[in-house]
Design a protein around this ligand. Structure first.
Ligand SMILES: Cc1cc2nc3c(=O)[nH]c(=O)nc-3n(C[C@H](O)[C@H](O)[C@H](O)COP(=O)(O)OP(=O)(O)OC[C@H]3O[C@@H](n4cnc5c(N)ncnc54)[C@H](O)[C@@H]3O)c2cc1C
Length: 237
């Protein structure tokens, strides 16, 4: 059987724009991860930490944000990063466009609010971005492997106190999630005094035992990721 019409979405010009303004960074859903790194040229520091840890150059030369988010996988690497940046998705169909916060996009295991006729057109990252960002990926192999756990941090530290925090998690629930309880435990606390918040982070989500990692290991890695992030950024830039 041959389909009468096939559209290669990765070639649609409407899905391949990249723009940076004072208000928003917009990345087309069909721009490859390698192109994103080159075309943004440092405009999104968290992606500069995340993208080199995504698979390998070979995969990044083909993989797109539309595909990584479109699969709805709970262990896709870009979702935690984009959650920490407060990103939203522009969904397009023949009825027009709508913008959905990524935090509201996933509704269950490989399910989302996207309807059958909709494509992800672009990802929008609001400006200004968090002043302190980090990304930790735990996988069995250093490169070319899917995460057991991924954690992305987006914090603002003002006068030694955490003023705002967004943390995105992958691999610890049926969908990528925000670590809301940990964010609450961090805000208002002196930086880098994160011991109590790290304990909260270790209890976020509902990690599973599977062939990649045990639930206990995943929880331990969550906790450790915040301790590591704080130790590496004792004096925020
Ligand atoms: C060796 C290897 C290593 C990998 N390592 C990683 C890794 O480290 N981290 C990670 O997260 N993933 C990894 N992956 C998984 C995969 O590469 C990624 O999920 C990739 O982002 C898929 O992107 P794609 O553009 O190729 O999507 P495709 O495979 O083309 O599409 C995936 C799904 O998304 C849909 N889709 C595509 N574009 C859109 C759009 N614009 N709107 C709506 N739906 C859309 C498609 O219809 C399809 O259902 C790896 C895969 C391999 C083979």
């Amino acid at each position: 059987m041959r389909a009468p019409l096939v559209v290669a979405v990765d070639r649609l010009a409407e899905l391949r724009g990249v723009s940076v303004t004072d208000e928003v960074v917009e990345i087309g859903a069909a721009v490859t991860l390698s192109e994103i790194a080159a075309r943004l040229d440092g405009a999104v520091p968290l992606l500069d930490l995340l993208l080199p840890q995504f698979a390998s150059v070979l995969i990044r030369n083909g993989a797109t944000l539309g595909g990584n988010l479109g699969t709805g996988s709970p262990i896709g690497d870009t979702a935690p990063g984009l959650l920490a940046l407060g990103a939203s998705l522009v969904l397009v169909s023949s009825d027009g466009e709508r913008e959905v916060a990524l935090a509201d996009y996933f509704t269950g295991y490989r399910r989302s609010v996207r309807t059958a006729g909709e494509l992800i057109r672009a990802v929008r990252i609001p400006q200004p971005q968090p002043g302190l960002v980090g990304f930790t990926k735990i996988a069995k192999r250093r490169f070319d492997d899917i995460s057991s756990v991924a954690v992305a941090f987006g914090l603002d530290v003002v006068d030694g106190v955490v003023a705002a925090a967004r943390i995105g998690l992958g691999g610890v629930a049926a969908t990528p999630i925000r670590a809301l309880a940990t964010e609450q435990a961090l805000v208002g606390r002196p930086w880098p005094d994160v011991a109590a918040a790290a304990d909260v982070l270790g209890g976020e989500g509902t990690p599973l035992d599977d062939h990649r990692a045990s639930a206990a290991y995943r929880a331990a890695m969550l906790r450790q990721s915040l301790l590591k992030f704080a130790a590496e950024n004792e004096v925020p830039a």
